[in-house]
Design a protein around this ligand. Structure first.
Ligand code: GLU
Length: 459
């Protein structure tokens, strides 16, 4: 588990230990012991599975590809979390991402534990046939530990519907006659996936931001005027004036968030910058996001990176270095790429007043502390990017009931769920000097601790 996650979990436990109202049945030495035990349970995964997938590539080479499945905690339900396909995947990272899934599911009352998978490959450098084989092998190697009531993988960075369809099909052939629809989520709709799953994370990221900065603020204006809370101050400053947004990452999360922002009628705002692994595109008058979405759909997911491509797509923008998106003078920065993007060496260059974590763990602990101390509002990953796993849960339920919802029903259910989490967290947060991340962690840890206590796991 990364230091940041461990530290915040420990801080949350400390706050709860001193809160007499929490678990009043535990007092004295028993209370101390139970909290030490909770610290150990939450900061270590239950299982770390690692294999080297032996793959005979299409070009004749035989390679061994490292692959992981980390099962962090299943107190609230089966382990749940995506499988990341990326060249920088490593065991430590997967362990941290699995812990974040436990906290995320607990925060949003999704009846799952936390898990995460990883395969160390750059999927862009493999043929479709090779990728198919890698997916099948992953399921063969881990088939004993996954399953609809045990551990349910889903897409993550570098994987999507195609991979989940392949994996579910392999699981089905390994276990003939057994339930298989719920073994993977994020499948294509024809294979039992849910309408709306593809866009769920990006929609949820934008909704979280909009709800905090607009809906909640509107309802709570007089209360906010009376509090010293840093977010309240920032939000009131923004009230009624146009906002500028920059979005790092234009993949499944960033592009949907950008489009949601572009189309949203509730706020006066413009998306002035977006970026991908090659470029940042900037236009102080606002970018043509639908035009960029159309371009990426035809160009392997890549944004235009030359003047000629911009002209071809009729996009007006200045081409800048891909990291520039982080340092622009904007009101809001949405991080929707990978982890560790803001760290010790670049944190002092950040100018945004609000940062939304669309990706998991995009800010290191040093960056987080520095920016929070400076008064920057960080809307954390476990709050903002849960749309994916929430709709995965709807997919899993629909598969069980063999009843499917319309896209509108899915989005309505998703937004209701995220709204209900925010309505629980925000009033406490606005009356509290702690950062929002800490408030969210306390809520998750409280839920997990109560369940573990009642299950008799803390003695
Ligand atoms: N990979 C996504 C996440 O980090 C979705 C996980 C899921 O749907 O299980 O939240």
């Amino acid at each position: 588990m990364a230091n940041q996650t461990r530290q915040i979990v420990q801080d949350s436990l400390k706050a709860l230990l001193e809160d007499d109202v929490f678990l009043p049945g535990l007092q004295g030495d028993a209370r101390e012991q139970a909290f030490t035990s909770l610290g150990a349970i939450l900061s270590t995964p239950n299982h770390v599975h690692k294999s080297f997938l032996r793959i005979a590539l299409e070009n004749g080479n035989v390679v061994r590809i490292p692959a992981f499945r980390v099962q962090h905690n299943n107190a609230l339900g089966p382990y749940k979390g995506g499988i990341r396909f990326h060249e920088s995947v490593n065991e430590e990272e997967v362990m941290n991402l699995a812990a974040l899934m436990t906290l995320k599911n607990a925060l949003h009352d999704v009846p799952y534990g936390g898990g995460k998978g990883g395969i160390i490959i750059d999927p862009r450098s493999y043929s479709v046939k090779d990728l198919h084989l890698i997916c099948k092998k992953y399921v063969q190697y881990f088939s004993d530990i996954i399953g609809p009531d045990k551990d349910i993988p889903a897409p993550d960075v570098g994987s999507g519907e195609r991979e989940m369809d392949w994996m579910m099909a392999e699981y089905k052939s390994i276990r003939p006659g057994q339930p298989y629809k719920g073994s993977f989520t994020g499948k294509s709709v024809v294979n039992g996936g849910s309408l709306g799953r593809r866009d769920a994370t990006g929609k949820g990221v934008y909704f979280t931001f909009r709800y905090m900065i607009h809906d909640f603020i509107k309802q709570q204006k007089s209360f906010l005027q009376s509090t010293e809370n840093a977010f309240a101050k920032t939000a009131l400053q923004f009230d009624g004036r146009p906002l500028t947004l920059a979005i790092q990452g234009f993949g499944n999360v960033g592009s949907v968030t950008a489009l949601e922002a572009y189309q949203c009628q509730h706020l006066q705002k413009k998306v002035v910058a977006v970026s991908d692994r090659n470029v940042t595109l900037y236009n102080s008058d606002g970018l043509d996001i639908p035009g960029l979405v159309r371009f990426t759909a035809l160009n392997n997911g890549n944004l235009p990176e030359t003047e000629e491509q911009l002209k071809q797509a009729s996009i007006k923008a200045v081409i800048q270095d891909r990291n520039n998106v982080l340092y622009l003078d904007v009101d809001v920065l949405i991080l929707a790429a990978l982890e560790d993007q803001i760290h010790q060496n670049n944190m002092d260059k950040i100018k945004a007043k609000i940062i939304v974590e669309g990706a998991n763990a995009p800010i290191t602990s040093e960056g987080d502390r520095y920016l929070s101390d400076k008064g920057v509002i960080i809307i954390p990953d476990i709050l903002a990017n849960a749309g994916g796993v929430i709709v995965s849960y709807f997919e899993w339920m629909q598969g069980r009931e063999t009843q499917f919802y319309t896209e509108d029903q899915v989005y309505q259910l998703l937004l209701n769920k995220m709204k209900s989490t925010m309505d629980t967290i925000l009033p406490t947060y606005f009356g509290d000097p702690l950062p929002l991340r800490q408030n969210c962690y306390i809520h998750s840890v409280m839920k997990l601790s109560t369940v573990l206590y009642r299950q008799g796991k803390l003695y």
